[in-house]
Design a protein around this ligand. Structure first.
Ligand code: PAF
Length: 280
């Protein structure tokens, strides 16, 4: 049995938050869908260094899955997650059920995401970001964190969370944290749990292609780079959804190199959908 304190209701969360306020203590927030890995742990550790307390939410949000099979297959590993948090001080887990997080008449008014919500993930996962915005809105409203921590692997999500924070006037400061990789370069993801050994190996084509694009910057045009990167990727066994070089602010595709750009890839490795990116 884990010793980490777990709260399940909005009421308990409110009481916890009140206590911190009374003691002038700050709260860092790490929202997750569970199946915690070293990437999450790095966000949590950063939060524990920068705040008096850290709240980790664990909730597999049905609203952000545009594919019911993907939702069904998403790993749910609460006891293992709690074990992983063992030993971290001043951490509390919030594991609500759906009714708790989405009460009837929750007062959420959807926001217009604009083009940033329509490209890349938005184009391939209709409704995904609308679901992310809804759950993060409801979480932010309940948690009232001083700072919230998000990984850069979900770069587009991070951009949208910055937008929603501004749009709804949340006082929470958004902290972006670098992608954590395995020693072979594979980006940490809860979905990696569903890869077998061969697929883990095959998935390395993603980081190899991203590094190829980065190295091509000073030598080739974007158009030439994309052609070669696509054929490099096709040599592997993954099925590509998109490979795009975009502006880190607007996420619009680039036709010319600029000082900073981000290359983003989404692909299916067997039945598992993976995303990754490199900012350079
Ligand atoms: O990045 C995730 O794990 C999820 O999209 C988030 C932010 C926890 C919302 O469900």
């Amino acid at each position: 049995m884990s010793k980490v304190k777990v709260i399940h209701t909005a009421k308990e969360l409110h009481q916890f938050r009140q206590k911190l306020n009374e003691n002038f203590q700050t709260l860092g927030f790490v929202p997750t869908m569970g199946a915690l890995h070293s990437g999450h742990v790095s966000l949590i550790k950063k939060s524990t260094e920068e705040n008096d307390y850290t709240l980790i939410s664990i909730f597999v949000n049905p609203k952000q899955f545009n594919n019911s099979e993907d939702l069904k297959q998403y790993p749910r590993t609460l006891s293992a997650d709690l074990m992983l948090l063992e030993g971290l001080t001043n951490c509390v887990v919030f594991a609500p059920d759906e009714a708790e997080l989405y009460p009837k008449n929750d007062g959420f008014i959807p926001m217009e995401l604009g083009s940033i919500g329509r490209v890349l993930e938005g184009a391939f996962r209709p409704g995904h970001f609308e679901g992310v915005v809804h759950v993060v809105h409801n979480l932010f409203r309940l948690v009232e964190a001083n700072q919230a921590y998000f990984g850069q692997k979900d770069f587009q999500q991070l951009a949208i969370i910055r937008l929603l924070t501004k749009h709804f006037g949340f006082q929470t400061r958004i902290i972006a944290c670098p992608t954590v990789r395995e020693s072979n370069g594979l980006a940490m993801s809860s979905r990696n749990m569903r890869l077998n050994e061969k697929e883990r190996q095959d998935a390395l084509i993603i980081i190899e292609t991203l590094r190829f694009v980065e190295a091509a910057k000073s030598k080739h045009s974007i158009q030439e780079t994309l052609v070669t990167a696509n054929s490099l990727f096709q040599q592997g066994s993954l099925s590509l959804e998109y490979l795009a070089i975009v502006d880190p602010e607007t996420l619009n595709e680039l036709t010319e190199w600029q000082e900073n750009q981000i290359c983003c890839i989404a692909a299916h490795c067997g039945s598992v959908r993976l995303i990754d990116n490199l900012l350079f």
